[in-house]
Design a protein. Sequence first.
Length: 115
Amino acid sequence: MFYDVYERLCRKKGKSVTTACREIGISANAPRAWKEGSVPRIDSLIKIAEYFGVTVEELQDEPPKEPIMLSPIITEEEMRVVAKYRQLTAENREKAREYMEFLQMKQPKEKVQVS
């Protein structure tokens, strides 16, 4: 459960759950919802991960996965897109893939440079 991981990280850092939230810039009331099983949105997860120096996967109590290098450099923006994609249901992931294919077909036939 997310709350258990969050609480453990707070103890390790010597912070209360509400103090850590304030320092991160998240509502001090958020831990109450997390304790009931809610999970923060991806933008909050990223802030929390950065605050504690852990990965989003570690916050979700998932073992870290081996990174797949699609290009020599993966930008912060690309990492955020992947993180949001992972939060989607299987049905919505399929819709996201279809929409990306649609956008690729509609863009000019220039060579797209990968950054």
